[in-house]
Design a protein around this ligand. Structure first.
Ligand SMILES: *[C@@H]1O[C@H](CO)[C@@H](O)[C@H](O)[C@H]1NC(C)=O
Ligand SMILES: *[C@@H]1O[C@H](CO)[C@@H](O)[C@H](O)[C@H]1NC(C)=O
Ligand SMILES: *[C@@H]1O[C@H](CO)[C@@H](O)[C@H](O)[C@H]1NC(C)=O
Ligand SMILES: *[C@@H]1O[C@H](CO)[C@@H](O)[C@H](O)[C@H]1NC(C)=O
Ligand SMILES: *[C@@H]1O[C@H](CO)[C@@H](O)[C@H](O)[C@H]1NC(C)=O
Ligand SMILES: *[C@@H]1O[C@H](CO)[C@@H](O)[C@H](O)[C@H]1NC(C)=O
Ligand SMILES: *[C@@H]1O[C@H](CO)[C@@H](O)[C@H](O)[C@H]1NC(C)=O
Length: 836
């Protein structure tokens, strides 16, 4: 062996080890000052150093992602003791603690403040997990302190949340005071161990939102957790410890959960390709998430958007019927009058799809199963309800019983578990015999209905009269107004629009203006025929191009209601949604004015052999991701939670740079109340894109949009319509065709030949797999849109899709009418009236 080589190697190793130690550790000899010095974890994931948050000039010591350009701080040492100048330094003090000192002060501003025994030879090291550990530098290398035990506003993967009775630690996430001040704020996210443990988001000491209890696989109040592609969650509930840990299946994912200053619990994931954070999940989401929204013994059903979302549990009635009537449920519900539920032939009524009520005062016995649980509850007169504790394990394990008020329950459209409510014999009979209504009650209902009808008619006439008066007044002013608006062409320009937007109402255009802009709705200006009416191109006086959607006359709404809806929808703004500029309502005419997009809709390009090569693989992927983000925004990030219900290639428009923009969103809302519920009598949508539960049962949810997205995705990458003809399998559509190929491991054959060599086989197969996951038969198996966005923009192991649902074109038994009567059944939006 050559001695020189040896020496070089040893020197190199020494250099390396020395280098890595000084790079990720603070030792007695190596400290950092506030002059830009940082220590970086060995894999260059996290950095530790001094920073100033937001617009503040105060200095703090914190940990942030080394590779994320927008500084994202995940932990702060001296959160309530800022240093006002740059004189701070972070070092190991004489007691072996990691401490932050400031010039001219002998006492530290912050310290790990533990009593280190033995040699006091400690080093502080920042790990790739984001954990800052204080390690005893001896053979044992015991960790004597770690930042993961003292979290600030961020829960990182592998960090434990919860308490340990052995060490007395309670690891709690607390919000910052403001983006400028990392001090302890008002919101906290913590485990409440009493009764059957739950996680809560608190404001001060008042619960704001509850994850619910652990059901074996997930939190009962976080139905989104069912898809386990990305996270592995472990929950520990023993005498010594109650805690939860989120792990990621691939440590190269960058993800964090933050309790933000405004009381929102939010998970973000980092999108490496586009270099920004994606909002992956957040809570509370809808009104039913807010703790105790329906008061004691009431539960919240978010699907009933147009009726009151609160309902009393069986056997209960509103405590104050007046307040309940005006939709204030704070006082909740009480036992119905004069009922006896103690050993008096009572029984239980099942309520399904429930997030079970607060379990902090519930009694739990993990050794029982549901049948014994029922007997236990029935035998104890104070028991008001029971349910499985781990509802999702082996068909239900354990027994939860409630002995007081049932607080903060809600239902989900396709998640949740069963709860059994104790009721007396009469109530029981009512539920088992399909609630036969007593004659007196029928009479009462009839009288109340008549009165309500009368009042509605009265209000209607009142409005009508007012409107007629207003019309007359307008009539008098119209001519001069129109003239002035054409003189000052920009009155309908950007400035005006921007101003109206700020004022919260939507610019209203005159019919005469729109008629002039569209050449009096000439057929030359017609861009297309959508499900809700024709679309025209127009040019305003100031030269601005617009698209005008002239809604078909039979929308069921009144003018004011219609306006309210549009104002809400116009507030939705996202780069992947077509922007609404205003509306025009005159008499029977209702029109929506949109930005004009020159490249028309996606179907004009991908299904046209002469144009489809315009979109190469990269562009198509961008379009897919853009559409996914647009839908995610509709589903989750906008306050309205819109289900589009008619996603298809012709409803995706392309701007000048081929950026996709979803159109026709919110139409289902505009077109009247009976379509807003989770189950609808009128099915709006397009065959081929409709999920089975929607097409057949009229049941829709965000998952029916996920289905349509899956179809759209396949169409984009194969360049074929779902309704295309496949000679190998004449009765099949694209979905069936792709599924057949997938099963035979030949999915690559489905690729659009117009893509030439521009595509990557792996990426193509990944898209196929995501598409198939989206189209699985059962809505609950399909990923949520946030998971889809995540899967599209990250390398992750994908689950195997189950057989997709194929919705075949028409079903002779149903009464089907196309809303505009034109075109072929397959690509036109359909309104189907179902017999109930
Ligand atoms: C802090 O110490 C520096 C030198 O160490 C001295 O010049 C300065 O006056 C001191 N400031 C205060 C406020 O004591
Ligand atoms: C360290 O802990 C002691 C006792 O727990 C406390 O009195 C002291 O203020 C702490 N010091 C710092 C710098 O946090
Ligand atoms: C850790 O301990 C070893 C042996 O006692 C010593 O050689 C080394 O310098 C120590 N490292 C630090 C960073 O103090
Ligand atoms: C916390 O809540 C209190 C009382 O509601 C309020 O006065 C205070 O401003 C809040 N603090 C922050 C940082 O929002
Ligand atoms: C908190 O989260 C909500 C919802 O994403 C967001 O609108 C808000 O800006 C966030 N607040 C802060 C201070 O970041
Ligand atoms: C009923 O159940 C509660 C809670 O488990 C218990 O405290 C009480 O002793 C039980 N009563 C009877 C009569 O068993
Ligand atoms: C983890 O993710 C990285 C980057 O996204 C990828 O390169 C790697 O293959 C993934 N590992 C596994 C096991 O999926």
């Amino acid at each position: 062996m050559n001695p020189v080589k040896w020496i070089v190697r040893i020197l190199f190793l020494l250099f390396l080890s020395h280098f890595s130690i000084s790079a990720d550790t603070i030792t007695v000899n190596h400290f950092i000052s506030d002059n830009g010095e940082i220590v970086v974890s060995s894999g260059k994931v996290f950095a530790l150093g001094f920073f100033s948050p937001g617009g503040s000039r105060n200095r703090y010591v914190g940990i942030w992602y080394f590779q994320v350009p927008e500084k994202t701080v995940v932990w702060v040492a001296n959160r309530d003791n800022p240093i006002k100048d740059n004189s701070g330094n972070l070092r190991i003090d004489s007691r072996g603690n990691l401490a932050l000192f400031q010039r001219n002060r002998t006492l530290p501003v912050w310290s790990t403040n533990i009593s280190v025994t033995g040699t006091r030879n400690t080093i502080a090291q920042i790990l790739d997990s984001g954990n800052l550990v204080l390690v005893q530098n001896d053979t044992g290398r015991a960790v004597v302190w770690q930042s993961f035990d003292y979290p600030t506003n961020t829960l990182l993967p592998f960090m434990k949340l919860g308490l340990s009775s052995r060490t007395g630690l309670n690891r709690v996430i607390t919000s910052w005071k403001s983006p400028d001040d990392p001090g302890i704020g008002n919101y906290s996210y913590r485990i409440n161990p009493s009764g059957f443990p739950q996680l809560y988001l608190y404001k001060g000491s008042a619960p704001l939102w509850r994850t619910g209890s652990w059901t074996g696989r997930r939190w009962s109040g976080v139905p989104e957790m069912t898809s386990n592609y990305i996270f592995h969650v472990s929950f520990v509930n023993t005498a010594d410890e109650v805690s939860v840990t989120y792990e990621v299946t691939n440590t190269s994912f960058i993800t964090r959960m933050v309790t933000n200053e405004t009381g929102i619990q939010q998970r973000y994931t980092w999108n490496r390709d586009e270099q920004h954070w994606i909002g992956f999940w957040s809570a509370p989401e809808d009104q039913c998430d807010f703790y105790g929204h329906c008061g004691p013994n009431g539960y919240c059903n978010p699907v009933h958007l147009d009726v009151f979302e609160c309902t009393c549990f069986p056997g209960f009635e509103p405590k104050s019927s007046e307040e309940w009537y005006i939709r204030d449920a704070a006082q909740g519900c009480m036992k119905k009058h004069g009922i006896s539920t103690c050993r008096n032939r009572e029984g239980f009524v099942k309520v399904s799809h429930v997030k079970v009520p607060d379990t902090s005062a519930a009694h739990v016995d993990m050794s029982m199963r549901l049948k014994q649980c029922e007997a236990e509850c029935l035998g104890n007169c104070s028991c008001v309800a029971y349910a499985s504790a781990y509802a999702e394990t082996n068909g239900g394990i354990g027994c939860l019983t409630w002995h007081g008020d049932l607080i903060d329950a809600r239902t989900y459209s396709d998640a949740g578990q069963d709860i059994y409510i104790r009721v007396d014999a009469d109530e029981l009979a009512r539920y088992t015999k399909k609630r036969p209504l007593q004659k007196r009650r029928v009479l009462a209902v009839a009288i109340v209905s008549a009165v309500v009808l009368f009042l509605i008619l009265l209000a209607f006439f009142h409005c009508l009269v007012r409107r007629l008066r207003r019309e007359r007044r307008r009539w008098k002013n119209t001519s001069s107004f129109t003239r002035s608006s054409s003189l000052f062409g920009d009155s309908l320009g950007e400035k005006e629009i921007a101003k109206s937007r700020r004022n919260g109402d939507l610019p209203s255009f005159d019919l005469s203006t729109i008629a002039a802009a569209t050449n009096n709705f000439s057929t030359d200006n017609k861009l297309g025929q959508g499900g809700f009416g024709p679309v025209y191109k127009g040019v305003l006086f100031n030269g601005k191009e617009i698209a005008v959607k002239r809604l078909s006359k039979h929308s069921g709404q009144g003018v004011q209601e219609f306006k309210n809806e549009i104002v809400l929808i116009a507030k939705l703004q996202h780069r992947n949604l077509v922007r609404m500029l205003g509306c025009c309502i005159e008499g029977e005419e209702k029109m929506l004015i949109y930005e004009f997009l020159p490249n028309k809709s996606l179907d004009c390009i991908i299904f046209d052999e002469s144009k489809s090569s315009l979109l190469d693989w990269k562009k198509r992927l961008e379009i897919i991701c853009g559409i996914a983000r647009g839908i995610l925004y509709l589903h989750q990030d906008s306050r309205l939670r819109i289900i589009h219900r008619d996603l298809k290639a012709s409803n995706v428009l392309l701007d000048a740079t081929m950026n996709p923009k979803i159109s026709d969103f919110g139409m289902a809302r505009i077109f009247g109340g009976d379509q807003i519920e989770g189950d609808t009598k009128r099915v709006v949508g397009t065959y081929g894109y409709m999920s089975p539960e929607y097409a057949m049962h009229g049941h829709f949810s965000t998952k029916s949009d996920v289905y349509s997205f899956g179809v759209l995705l396949l169409e984009i990458i194969t360049g074929k319509k779902n309704s295309s003809y496949f000679p190998e399998n004449p009765s099949s559509n694209l979905v069936g065709h792709v599924w057949d190929l997938w099963k035979e491991d030949k999915a690559i054959e489905a690729v659009d030949l117009a893509l030439g060599d521009s595509y990557s086989g792996d990426e193509f197969l990944k898209c196929i797999q995501i598409g198939l996951l989206c189209m699985q038969e059962h809505a609950t198996d399909r990923p949520t849109m946030s998971t889809v966005v995540f899967m599209l923009s990250n390398e992750t192991a994908l689950p195997l899709p189950k057989q997709p649902a194929f919705v075949i074109k028409t079903d002779k038994g149903d009464e089907i009418s196309t809303s505009e009567g034109a075109g072929s059944v397959n690509d036109v939006t359909i309104t189907m009236v179902q017999a109930r």
